[in-house]
Design a protein around this ligand. Structure first.
Ligand code: SF4
Length: 472
C-alpha cells in the first residue's frame, strides 16, 4: 500500500494541466498505431526536407538573412505595424486591432452579420484556431467550412489540427477513407485521388455561394500594405477571391518590411514546411477588388491580433520567439513531439515553438509544464529557418518558472532535499545499494520512469568507493 501511495509523488509534483499532459503523454507514447502513422508521415517529410535543403547553394546564408530580417522587424515592430496599417487603408482595406480572442471573434461576427452571410469559407489559419473561430461561428448559427483538405478532414472528424502545417498528420490513408465512408458514404477503400476529387466537388459549390471568406496571412507586407498567402491547394486563393467579403486574421508578428523579402521567405518557408521548392499557390493581396478589375472581394478587412503577443514582445530574452514563420520544422524534428503527439500539448501551438510561446500567450503558471516537455537535444534550434534558439528559450522559461516559485510545493521540497543530498559526498556514500533500492521503492522514486520501463537498481557500492577500488 505504502508503495502504491508513494508512487503518486510525481503526481503531487505536477500542476493540474501538467497532470493531464503526463497522463496523455504516457498513453500516446505507447500507442503503437499512432507511432507507426507519425513515423511514416514524418519519414516522408524528412525525405522531402532533405531535398528542399539540398536545393540551396548556401542554406546557412539564407537562414542568416531571414533571421536578420525578422530581428529587424521585431526591433521596430510598432513602426512596421503602423506603416502596414497606413498603406493597407490607402489600398482600400479596413484595419482592426484585436487585443484578444473575444475582440477578434466579435469583429468577425459583426462583419458576417453586416454581410448577411450564413456560410463562410475558411482557408487554413492557426490564428483562427487560436481564437476558436469555428466554435464561435457555430454558436452564432454560422456555417463555417474548412477548405484546406487537412483541415477539412479534422473538421469532419470533429477534431482540432494535430500539427501547424499538416493538420491531419496523425491519420493514415485508411483512417481517412473510413472517416469519409462513415460521413459521406464514399467507398471504404477510396484512394487519396478519389477522396480529393470528392472534397473538391463538394467544396466547389460552397465557394460559389459563400458570401464571406476568411484567411490568415503568412506575411504582412508593411511597405505595400498587402498580405502574402502561400498554400498548395488553391483553396486559399478561392477563399479570398470568390466571396464578396474577405476577412484576414493575422498575428501582429507576421510583418515583413516589403514584398522584396518574399523571394527569400517563401522558398525558406516551403523548404522547411514541406520540402517543396516553392509552394504551389502564392498570392499577394493588396486590397479589395478595384472597379476596373473583373473579380475580387468588394470588402477586405484585416484584423491584427495581439492575444498575448505584446506580453511576449516585452520579455527581452524570449521575445525572439516572435520571429517564427510557422514552418513546423521544429515539431517534425522534436523527439518529444514525435512520441507524445500534437494533441498531448493541449494547445494550438505544439512542439518546441508551442512550448516556448504558449506559456506567454496563455499564462506561465498554467502552461509552464510545456517548457519542461523537452529533452533539450537541440535539434529544433538546428532546423529553424529563422534561427530561433529554441532550447535556450525553453531554459529561460524554466528559469522564470523556478525563480517565480511556480513549481508545485512538493517538487520544490524534493528539489531542495536533492540539492542537499547530491552536494554532500558523505550522504551520497552512506547506505549501501540495498538500502537505496529500498528507499527508492518506499518513496516511489522508482516509478518516475513510468509503468513501461524499469528503474535500474542502485549499485551495491557507491561511485566513490568503486573509484577508490579501481585506482588503488
Ligand atoms: S520556431 Fe522555427 S522551426 Fe519552429 S515553426 Fe517557427 S520558424 Fe519553423
Amino acid at each position: 500500500m505504502i508503495f502504491k501511495k508513494s508512487a503518486q509523488i510525481e503526481y503531487l509534483m505536477s500542476g493540474k494541466k501538467e497532470k493531464i499532459f503526463l497522463k496523455e503523454a504516457q498513453r500516446v507514447a505507447f500507442d503503437y498505431k499512432h507511432r507507426a502513422t507519425i513515423r511514416f508521415n514524418i519519414s516522408r517529410y524528412e525525405a522531402a526536407f532533405e531535398k528542399g535543403k539540398a536545393r540551396y547553394k548556401d542554406l546557412e546564408l539564407a537562414r542568416d538573412k531571414a533571421a536578420f530580417i525578422k530581428r529587424k522587424v521585431l526591433a521596430g515592430l510598432p513602426e512596421f505595424l503602423e506603416e502596414f496599417e497606413k498603406n493597407a487603408i490607402t489600398n482600400g482595406s479596413e484595419v482592426f486591432w484585436a487585443n484578444d480572442s473575444d475582440e477578434a471573434g466579435n469583429i468577425i461576427l459583426k462583419i458576417i452579420k453586416e454581410t448577411d452571410a450564413q456560410t463562410v469559407v475558411k482557408s487554413k489559419s492557426m490564428t483562427t484556431e487560436e481564437v476558436e473561430l469555428n466554435k464561435r461561428l457555430e454558436k452564432a448559427g454560422i456555417n463555417s467550412i474548412e477548405t484546406d483538405l487537412g483541415e477539412f478532414i479534422v473538421q469532419v472528424a470533429g477534431e482540432k489540427p494535430y500539427h501547424i502545417v499538416t493538420p491531419a498528420m496523425h491519420k493514415s490513408k485508411k483512417d481517412i477513407a473510413a472517416l469519409f465512408h462513415k460521413k459521406f458514404a464514399t467507398p471504404v477503400d477510396a484512394s487519396p485521388e478519389e477522396m480529393t476529387s470528392f472534397v473538391r466537388q463538394k467544396l466547389r459549390k460552397t465557394f460559389r455561394t459563400a458570401k464571406v471568406g476568411i484567411t490568415g496571412a503568412n506575411f504582412l507586407l508593411a511597405k505595400e500594405g498587402a498580405i502574402a498567402l502561400t498554400e498548395n491547394e488553391g483553396n486559399g486563393f478561392m477563399s479570398y477571391s470568390f466571396p464578396k467579403v474577405h476577412i484576414v486574421l493575422a498575428g501582429i508578428e507576421k510583418i515583413l518590411p516589403s514584398l522584396q523579402d518574399l523571394d527569400l521567405m517563401w522558398p525558406l518557408l516551403s523548404a522547411h514546411g514541406t520540402g517543396q521548392k516553392v509552394t504551389v499557390y502564392n498570392s499577394v493581396v493588396f486590397g479589395p477588388g478595384k472597379e476596373v478589375e473583373p473579380d475580387g472581394p468588394e470588402r477586405m478587412v484585416i484584423i491584427l491580433l495581439d492575444n498575448g503577443r505584446s506580453h511576449l514582445y516585452n520579455l527581452p530574452e524570449q521575445s525572439e520567439a516572435l520571429a517564427c514563420i510557422r514552418c513546423g520544422a521544429c515539431l517534425n524534428a522534436c523527439p518529444i513531439y514525435r512520441n507524445v503527439g500534437g494533441y498531448t500539448y493541449n494547445s494550438v501551438y505544439s512542439g518546441p515553438i508551442g512550448s516556448v510561446i504558449t506559456p506567454h500567450f496563455k499564462g506561465l503558471r498554467e502552461y509552464q509544464h510545456l517548457s519542461f516537455a523537452s529533452s533539450l537535444c537541440g535539434k529544433c534550434g538546428e532546423v529553424c529557418p529563422v534561427k530561433i534558439p529554441l532550447p535556450a528559450l525553453l531554459l529561460k522559461n524554466r528559469r522564470d518558472v523556478v525563480v517565480g516559485k511556480m513549481r508545485p510545493k512538493m517538487e520544490r521540497m524534493v528539489m531542495k532535499g536533492m540539492e542537499h543530498g547530491l552536494s554532500s559526498r558523505w550522504l551520497m556514500d552512506s547506505g549501501g545499494g540495498g538500502f537505496k533500492n529500498f528507499a527508492a521503492k518506499l518513496t516511489g522514486i522508482n516509478t518516475f520512469v513510468g509503468p513501461n520501463r524499469e528503474f535500474p537498481d542502485f549499485s551495491r557500492l557507491s561511485f566513490s568507493k568503486q573509484w577508490k577500488i579501481k585506482n588503488k
